[in-house]
Structure formats: structure tokens, C-alpha cells
Write a protein that binds this ligand. Sequence first.
Ligand code: ADP
Ligand code: MG
Length: 704
Amino acid sequence: MSSPPRHENPADRPERELGPETPVQFLRGVGPHRARRLARIGIHTIADLVRHLPREHQDRRETVAIGSLRAETSVTVRGLVRAVNRRALGPSRRARSVVTATVDDGTGWVVAEFWNQPWRAEQLAAGTDVILSGRVVWSAEGPRMSGPEVELPAEDEETTALHAGRIVPIHPLTQGIHATRMRALVWRALPVVADAIEDPLPAPLRARRDLPALGDALREIHFPASLESLATARRRLKYEELFLLQVALARRRLRQRLEEKPHRIVVDERLDARIRARFPFALTGAQSRCVAEIAGDLMAPTPMNRLLQGDVGAGKTVVAAYGMLAVVAHHHQAALLAPTEILAEQHFATLSRFLAGSAVRLSLVKGGARSKRRRQALEALAAHDVDIAVGTHALIQEGVRFADLAFVVVDEQHKFGVLQRAALRDKGLHPDLLVMSATPIPRTLTMTLFGDLDVSILDELPPGRQPVETMLCREGDRRRAYDWVRREIARGRRVYHIVPLVEQSEELPLRAAVEFADELRRDVFPDVGVGLLHGRLKPDEKDAAMEAFRSGATPVLVATSVVEVGVDVPEATVLVVEHAERFGLAQLHQLRGRIGRGRDASRMICFHDAHTPDARARLDALASTTDGFRIAEEDLRIRGPGEFLGTRQSGVPELRIADLVADAPLLVEARRDAFALVERDPGLRDEGAPTGRALARYLGELPG
Ligand code: ADP
Ligand code: MG
């Protein structure tokens, strides 16, 4: 094979032939070595470099007179190098070295020091005109700047005034790429990319929202002419990010609207009354409203895609049961997916109670892929020998077949993302879908994550509930707390005692929980049954522990946070949490939702050892409100969306610049515009063509 002619080598191309998608390696100043380092932070193409947005900016437009420097300030100064000195800190050639340069501007002098950059001695030869930016500290001899950024005004025309004399971008860095290098690379990439990338925002929309063009925004976000133009650029890029996301959601929703479902379920008054008669209580007003919304969806020609949102204890299960019974009355199948086996067991038990004496065939499908029981259960689904299947998310795994699945309920939706929903559809199923979230999700996040769903809100608790009182306790309060617990037990109540899961160790939480339970049995409640529940128990052992607690055989249940979601034992009135500072806010709120489910007053007792302001803020927020939506907003603010939703599973695309809490108003605008655009131009062929191409390019169309 002959090697290609030399001019074909991309490395030799003149710079003007570079394009946005050219590997970053070929940008002048990068090369294979730095390209590898950039790849570590996701920068592969020249366009990636431009989309590597600064995390902040420093206003270095004004230089400060050296004579007026103060300690612990970040400044830019300009002066002439008076003296430069290089010292090796050892005999060998590879020893650490320090270069110090004394810079004088006529009002005073400052010493700049550079560790292990021996070449600085040549760069900063005496007499050099230099601009330094960095932090000032005070040493015995006077002001000092350690490792400041250096700009030589006359050195290189292209990079002149990149690092000083302007509002300077501070980019996220990676090992081996320093701030000034990164800045220079972005500067070089901008002319290659900025005007070559098609603007995803349709021009009329941009005009209406008064947003600058993409190229201008990119230039200004890195090297802003003013603080105002920086703000405008940021706003534009945030808007674009939110807009693209919302267009993707709007299109998916449109596709769902176009689907035709094979079944049509009519919920008339007779059926409605028959279903309600199955429940041991009357539905609340909010439950009735949600049930009517679901019935409306069931009757519609297109599949339901609905989120049922309600605080812990609001009574979502019965709303879901209503929908399932309506579907089953029409001889189709329904499935209820829970995030844990414990919860699946509980839902199964609840439905069994509702359905006692009816002809509806209920099945609990457990894990343990190879067990005979499971195989039989699955066969029953495929043969339509089962009407309602309850199980974990494994129920929709590959290999599971339903004869006629018309309705799927997913409990605890926040752990069940957009992608899994799509997976369901990919199995060729177009069931009506109801997802339920007990972790109240802030509105902004609902719009992002579930922007393609209709939303029903359960904003009313069942009657007779009393708010849970939350107490923050220190070790010294323990005796009194136990006295209280004992009194509650004497009155026939149940007590959860939660010990935290210690991350990084599988063994520790287990041992901690086991030992803690032993200790309680021995030292505190020798006369009372103390049960133990943790994630490593076998399913049968879990069932037994839960059952003993429910029945009152062991009125105290020591548990790791496996009881966090959904568990419903109305007799439980006390929840003790050990090391409450180690739990997230939403998690604590979920835990608190385990009590206050009956008519009796309930109390959450949080033992904590909070030292950090964040931990303290979380606990104070918990104690000050029982409003799940306020808690969720607070939690999202403290933790950010990725963590809030717990893992990448969530299906939220990583937002580079927009902030779901702070930018909520912008999200509302972007959403309105996005849905309007998709309405006008569903195929994104006319006005929305650039948007469509951008979606394909950057987000990859969300599946589904
Ligand atoms: P969540 O919304 O947290 O899933 P559940 O569905 O587990 O709540 O319901 C919480 C408790 O409230 C259960 O014990 C349930 O039986 C009870 N409940 C639900 N709806 C009503 C109602 N309308 N009247 C009285 N109790 C209700
Ligand atoms: Mg629930």
C-alpha cells in the first residue's frame, strides 16, 4: 500500500480548512498529546472546544496599582520585570525549582513566584513588560503572587490581551492543560466554529425572544465585550439548551398522540360504582379528580401517558387500582411495577384485600429468574391466566410476555426514566401508562423529565391525618426519646428505627444494623419484640420481618433505608432515624412518609451529628415543613438534578449551562416556544429545520 500524498495529511491542512467536526488534534497548538488530555474531559472535536463553556469569568479590565495591593485579593497588575531569579531546590536535574520575578510599576513592586517552571526565567528576563493576574498574599517581604497567569503584551499578536485587560473566561481544566493554554485554544477554535455551526434556533423565534445569533453568543460567552453582553450570551445558550430538550419532548408527545391503541375502555357510571365499592373508604376529592382524568385517558383512542404526582401518604395506590380494575373489567391485563420487592409484596397484599371474593386473578411475579414459580407465573401472563401482575421493574424485562397488556402502572417513577418508558414501547406494547411519583418532583424538573406526560396531582391527604412532628435530637436526648417510644408501643403503635446505609461498604451497614438491633433488644426494649430488615435478607426473610411488624409481633423494626419508599403500615407512629445527617433531604422526607398514615399523631425523631452548614440546612428544612414540594425544591437546590434523581438512569440529559431551579422562568418560555413550534411544524422541515438538524446532531434524538 502506498502512503497517501503528503498534502492529504489532515495535520498539514491550512487552518482555514478546519471545520467544527475536525478532531481537535489538528487545531494549531494541540497535537496528539494534548488531544488525549482534552479527550479526558470530553473534548474531541474543535466544536467541542467551543462548547467547553467557562465556569466563571474574571473581570481583568482594570489593572491595579501595585502600591495599592491588598492581601487576599485577586488582581491584575502590569509592570516591568526588575529582577529574575531561579533556584533549584536540590542537586539533581529533576529537582524542584522556583523562579521569582520582581515586577515594578512605579507605585511599588510585587514578587511573582513560579514552581517547577524553570523556563519562566527566560520568559521574564529583566526589562520585560508583563501583565500578571492572580491572588495576592502577604509575605514577610511584602506582596507576593504565587503562580499568577502571565501575559506578555507584545509577545504574540494573536494571543495578546486574552488573559488580561478584558473579562477573562475561567474554563474547567484537565491535567496538563493550563488555564492560559485552554483559553488560547478556545480563542483559536472560535473563528473555525462560531459561524460554521448552524444556529438551531429559528430566526423568527430568535427575533421574537430578542436572542443573539449562536456565533455571537459563543464568542461572547468566552470573551465577552461587557458584562451585559455576557449575560445576554448566557441567556441565549441556556434558552437553546432548554428549547432543544423541550422540542424533543414535544415531538415524542406528538408521536404518542398519533398512536392508535387497539383497546378502548369505557368507564361508565355502573363500572365506576362497582370499582369504588371495592375500596374500604370513600375516595377523597383529589382522588376522584385523578380517577376521572385516568378514566378519560382510558377512553381516548391514543395511549395514556400520565404522571400521578402526590406527596407521600396521599393515597396513590388506590387511584392506580381504580385504573387497573377498569381495564380488567374489559378483559385486558394490567401490570403494576414497584421499585422494590417489599413494595411489590405490599401492593399485592393491598390489591388482594380490595379484590377479596372477586373473580380477578392476581399474580405476584418475583425475581429469581430461574425459579420454577417464576416460570409458571410468566407462563400464566402469556396465557392470560392472570389479570393483574404485580412485580418489580423486572416485569418488563426481556422474555416477559403478556397476552393482552393494556395498562401499566409504574410506582416511584423518579427511578424509572424516560428511557425505560421507551423500552416498554419498543417491545411493541402501547399500553396506557400511569407513572406515580411519591418523591414530589419540582415543577421545573417535571417539565424536563416528564415533559411528554400529562400530569394529575393528588394535592389532598385522606381525611383525619395529623401532621407529623419532626424533632432534631442530639445524643443527650436519647433516654427521653426511648421513654416516648416505649409509651407509644404500650398503646399498640409501631416504631421504625432507621440506621443509615454507609456507602463504600457492603458489610458495614449490615453489621451496623444487626448490632444495633441486638443492642436495642438487650439494653433498651428487653420486653418488646425488635425486628430487623435490611437489603441483604432473602426475600422470604424480608416478608417475614415485614409481616411480624405489621401484625405487631415485633412492634419495633430496625431497618436500613429499604423501607424508604412506599411501605404502608398505618399503625406506625414513630420513626427514629440514626445519623440523620447522612441522609438526603428527599430521602428523609420519604422516610417520614412511613408514619402519619393513620389517624394518630406521629413523630419523627432524628438523631444527628450535623457539623456542616449543608447538613444543618437540610435538617432544618425537614423540621420546618412537611410540604413535599417545598422539600423537593430545597433538595434540588442543594444537590442539583443529577444527584436529586439518583443516577444517570434518570434519563435527564446533562445540562451544560442551564440550571433547572434558577432558570425556571426561562424553561417555561422555552417550553412554550418548543411546543408551539412542533405544533406548527411537526416534522421540523420548514421553520424548525435547523432545530431538527441540531437535535439529530447534538442530542441524538431521544428514543421513543
Ligand atoms: P402513597 O400515595 O404514599 O402511595 P398510599 O397509597 O400507600 O399512599 O396510601 C396511604 C394510606 O392512606 C394507606 O393506608 C391507604 O389505605 C390510605 N388511604 C388512601 N386513600 C384513602 C382515603 N380516601 N381515605 C382513607 N384512607 C385512605
Ligand atoms: Mg405508594
